[in-house]
Design a protein around this ligand. Structure first.
Ligand code: HEC
Length: 133
């Protein structure tokens, strides 16, 4: 009898562990990130990430997405001055979004980095924490 209870507990712990691991799969992160993107980013980078003329750079196929450390920094600290995105020059100002939590920043960047044909490895919470310091 006691053995059965023990096995049952083991089973529940296992199921719980699997469920909480899924919480942070790329798909879940992107779903959360989509809302954060609509609320904070789409007004400049546009709902489908193509940017706006010469004013706001595109996120679709942006060469910046490969440097995860750098784009985490862009969201936390903002960005200004001349930059090149896909060989086009932009010189405008992006405000910092340091009011977003570390998880929200990971989520919004996972959404951006894996939408509209983009495909990048998942950004983890620890990577954002490391840049926040
Ligand atoms: C007020 C307009 C504005 C908003 C809102 C905004 N950005 Fe930006 N973003 C810019 C501008 C302008 C630049 C380029 C800055 C420069 O010229 O130095 C930029 C650059 C970037 C870059 C690097 C260049 C590229 O195109 O890949 C990334 C990544 C980025 N933004 C992501 C985001 C994310 C994610 C959000 C939402 C959390 C966001 N931006 C919100 C205006 C904005």
């Amino acid at each position: 009898m006691n053995n059965k209870i023990f096995l049952l507990c083991l089973l529940f712990t296992g199921v719980f562990k699997i469920l909480s691991a899924q919480e942070n799969t790329l798909q879940k992160s992107m779903t959360r990130g989509e809302n954060i993107y609509s609320a904070n980013c789409s007004s400049c980078h546009m709902p489908t990430g193509e940017g706006l003329g010469g004013a706001f750079p595109p996120l679709v196929n942006s060469n910046w997405l490969k440097n995860q450390k750098q784009i985490i920094g862009v969201v936390i600290k903002g960005l200004e001055g001349e930059i090149k995105v896909n060989d086009e020059v932009y010189d405008a100002v992006m405000p910092p979004f340091n009011q977003l939590s570390d998880q929200e920043i990971a989520d919004v960047l996972n959404f951006v980095s894996n939408s509209w044909g983009n495909k990048q490895p998942m950004i983890k919470l620890e990577q954002v924490k490391a840049e926040r310091k």
